[in-house]
Structures are given as C-alpha cells and as structure tokens.
Design a protein around this ligand. Sequence first.
Ligand code: AMP
Length: 234
Amino acid sequence: MAEKNAKIDTADLRQAGRHRIVAILLGPPGSGKGTQARELVETFEVPHISTGDILRSNVAQGSELGEQARSYMESGELVPDGLIVDIIADRIGEPDATAGFLLDGFPRTIAQAVALEEMLHRRELALDAVVLIDVEDDELLRRITGRWLCRECGRDYNAAQSGSVPEQCPACGGEIYQREDDREETVRNRLEVYRAQTAPLVEYYGGKGLLVKIDGHGEPEEVSRRMIAVLEKI
Ligand code: AMP
C-alpha cells in the first residue's frame, strides 16, 4: 500500500490519525452497505459516498438531476451510467475525498467500474478493496420491507427486528420515513437488477484480486467487526 499511495503524503495522514483507504462496499439491496459504511467512516475517517443518498437528496430538492433519476428509482431500475459517473466524478474531487473514500452503491455496472478506474487513475489513486457483503435473499426481503430511515442522518431502523418504529430518529431526532422503493414488488425488481447488472462485478473484481467476501448475517456490530478486521490488514 505504501508504494501505491506514494504520491499522497501518507505520513501526514497518519499523524492526523487518519487511515487512508479507497474501498467499495458491494452487495444486494438490504445487505447493509449504508449501515456498515456509517460505522466504517468512524474508523477510517474518510467520507462515505452513497449514490443512492445523493440521488434521494436531489429528488427531494426537485433538482434537474433528481427529475431525471426519479422514475428509474421508483421502479427499481438503474439510473443511466452517464448521470451516475458525473455525480461520482464531482464528489470524489471534493477536498474531503483526497484521503480516500468508501463507495456505497457505486459502481453498479461494469461500465461504471471502468469509468471509476479511469477517474482514480487521473487522481493517482488506486482501489484498495472491494468488500462483498453476503446476505441470503429471504433475509434481504425481510430487512428491506421492514426498513425505516431518518431523513436527516440517513440511519436506518428495522421494524421487524425491534418490533416498533421509533417516532423520531433515536440518534439525531430527525423525521423517520419509509423509502418508496422499499415496497415488496419494487424490491423484487431491485434484486433482479442486482443479479443481472451488478453481480457480474463480483467476478470482475475477483479477477483483479481485489474482492473480499464478508458474511453479512448477524448484528450490524458483528458484521462491522468482521469488516474492520479485513480492511485494517490492507
Ligand atoms: P440505493 O440507495 O443504493 O439502493 O439506490 C437507490 C436507487 O438509486 C437504485 O435503485 C437506483 O435506481 C439508483 N442508483 C443508486 N446508485 C446507482 C448507481 N450506481 N447506478 C445506477 N443507479 C443507481
């Protein structure tokens, strides 16, 4: 890693207590990518970049990007690659991303993965790891259809697990809501889209020796521990 990151001042980052990493969290909807990314940013102190969060915030603001993305998102289809690649190119160019970042929900197609490689190359960065969070389909459906989110901080809560839905976010007091695309019918389509368009990335990154598979079952803290144990070795 030292050689790969030679162009970035890693000593400064270490001194500042920062652990530089460029990683992708890969996995089907409901596998816990967002939850895990929020845990990991505390350990690695790099930003969590979620294309789903960026798109939802654009839809909520009624921006042009939000208008372009809305219908795809509502039906569980992928937003066109060109739009997504532009979002990521802008986001990873921001100052907080110079020490690395955790990508959640991107790339989702081989074309996006190729575009990411070019972007990283231009910035003299390299991908450290792609973490595949492995969860069985029945569990994914159960998690997603019982999922409620906070509009402010994006944390999610599972009604199926806790038996009730909090009136407001226990972490920040924000409004709690359910995602439009978390309805069972849309979720089934999202899972199919994942299998057809995103799952080929497993082989793609496996072939490059970058893929690490993590068991995504169990309590989020347990999964985080597995993930941190793997990433800290990188
Ligand atoms: P997520 O929150 O990651 O499940 O994303 C929600 C929705 O946003 C997806 O179902 C897609 O419609 C869209 N989306 C998010 N990330 C991407 C991406 N990398 N490529 C295409 N569409 C995306």
